[in-house]
Design a protein around this ligand. Structure first.
Ligand code: ARG
Length: 480
């Protein structure tokens, strides 16, 4: 189902602002007005309204109402003829919203009331039967679950697309060698493709987490009523079937106040954002003159308004920056939930802006990175030169000595001495001749020369998930 997003009803809002902040004395307009002597103050309407953001839930609200309405008729709770009229009108309202001709007003308070108001405008009092055996509390829980379920599906597709982009770039550069880092210090040579596949692995977990969250989101809360259940003989399983829910909630109090699925979604997206941010940070570093490992395509870079020479990686910086709001949104919802007594509380309305914001940010980040990654120019020679750092094979020298029978700690000490000698004499490990090596340890033999090349070092790392070209090639086949 496409998500429907409309602009805030600016005219209506402006009109509401002009209205004096005194209670209206005109005919009551609220569905709950019966109990009140005075109309809601406009300032309260403005303050409590969620219509400016929850109109995005309209497609789900309508689908949920259609299923509810048909169920009411098949259970004999409302007449079939009324159900048919209501469903037809709801479908028309859906079209009005999609076409942008639906007039939203802050007086409607939220999307549920807006649709019900329009329904009654269209078919009169019969429209008032739709809300039988239902509350906005179970209604909004339903809409949110449908929204999250749908958006997880969309994000999972994007994750797959992004992983494909990584694999494409890795395949194109399958022989490119770069230094691997720890503490941002050159550590050991690795294949660039191996580095990219690390992100593939992170995104794989992100997909699993969201899939898992979707399983717990897939529970129908409708039928819980305001909090205690409903007195009508409803059939939730019919609604669940129509709306493709696998399970039905087992406790009405929990069902109307549970937003765990939103927290899980925001947590899953926070981890995902963190992974994208780490990659973004590497792209920022790699595209700097200091590294020069990659060059951004012009279409994905930005300039400076004052320094004509600049080519900035703003896309990567913003991916990194948006992680902040993603974490913030998770904490916003966790904090809203903390301390809420059972069951529904209006605080819960505050769950939507953070949820929507994270969904939009994550989709934006995945979209732009997916397009950018395969377009990066990989400066293989610069990477190779950095991987040729004279000391990157120090661990391999120690490993060599271990193969000759030395305990690793002793080997480590011998190589440490060699490094110190090289630093003192301004030389590289490779420049020491066999006699000099043998001076440090008589375990060095004739086979040592060929041991000490980048290619040999890479190929040796074949165990586990090492960077050996054979490993990487196999992994590229598996994932792709
Ligand atoms: N706009 C409300 C929300 O987002 C819908 C539920 C309102 N329920 C209520 N009892 N006022 O949470």
């Amino acid at each position: 189902m496409p998500s429907t997003r409309k602009k805030k009803p600016s005219k209506a809002t402006a009109a509401a602002k002009r209205r004096p902040a005194k209670p209206r004395t005109t005919k009551p307009a609220k569905p709950w007005q019966g109990r009140f002597a005075a109309a809601t103050a406009p300032i309260v309407e403005e303050f409590t309204a969620s219509i400016s953001f929850d109109q995005r839930l309209a497609p789900y609200d309508i689908a949920g109402s259609l299923a509810h309405c048909r169920m009411l008729a098949s259970c004999g709770i409302i007449p079939t003829a009324d159900s048919k009229r209501i469903c037809r009108a709801l479908e028309d309202i859906g079209k009005e919203i999609t076409a942008g001709s639906f007039k939203f007003s802050s007086r409607d308070e939220d999307i549920h009331m807006a649709i019900e108001r329009r329904l009654i405008e269209k078919i009169g009092a019969t429209g008032g039967r739709l809300h039988t055996a239902r509350s906005r509390n179970d209604q909004v829980a339903l809409d949110l679950r449908m929204f999250v379920r749908e958006e997880i599906g969309a994000i999972l597709k994007q994750i797959t697309g992004f992983q494909k982009s990584l694999v494409r770039l890795a395949r194109k550069n399958v022989r490119v060698v770069m230094p691997g880092y720890t503490h941002l210090q050159r550590a050991q040579p690795v294949l660039f493709a191996h580095h990219l596949l690390a992100y593939h692995a992170m995104l794989e977990r992100d997909g699993e987490r969201l899939t898992d969250c979707r399983r717990r989101t897939d529970v129908l809360p409708l039928g819980s009523g305001a909090l205690a259940g409903t007195t009508f003989p409803i059939d939730p399983s019919q609604v669940a079937r129509e709306l493709r829910f696998t399970r039905i909630s087992s406790n009405s109090l929990d069902a109307v106040s549970d937003r765990d699925f939103i927290v899980e979604m925001l947590a899953g997206c926070s981890l995902l954002a963190m992974h994208l941010s780490r990659l973004a940070e590497e792209l920022v570093l790699w595209s700097s003159s200091e590294f020069g490992f990659v060059t951004f395509p012009d279409e994905f870079a930005t300039g400076s308004s004052i320094m004509p020479q600049k080519k900035n990686p703003d896309v990567a910086e913003l991916v990194r920056g948006k992680t902040g709001r993603t974490y913030g949104n998770l904490f916003a919802v966790l904090t809203v939930l903390k301390g809420l007594p059972l069951a529904y509380n209006r605080d819960l309305q505050e769950d939507k802006p953070p949820l929507f914001d994270t969904v939009d940010s994550i989709k934006g980040c995945l979209g732009v990175l997916t397009d950018l990654i395969p377009r990066l120019t990989v400066n293989a020679d610069t990477m190779r030169a950095a991987a040729g750092d004279p000391f990157l094979l120090a661990t391999d020298v120690a490993d060599y000595l271990v193969t000759k029978g030395l305990p690793f700690r002793d080997a480590h000490r011998v190589v440490g001495q060699a490094v110190r000698q090289c630093l003192r004499e301004g030389r590289s490990l490779q420049s020491l001749n066999l006699a000099e090596w043998r001076n440090l340890s008589d375990s060095f033999g004739r086979d040592f020369r060929e041991w000490l090349t980048i290619e040999a070092a890479l190929a040796r790392r074949a165990a586990g998930g090492g960077t050996a070209p054979a490993n990487v090639a196999r992994r590229l086949r598996e994932v792709g």
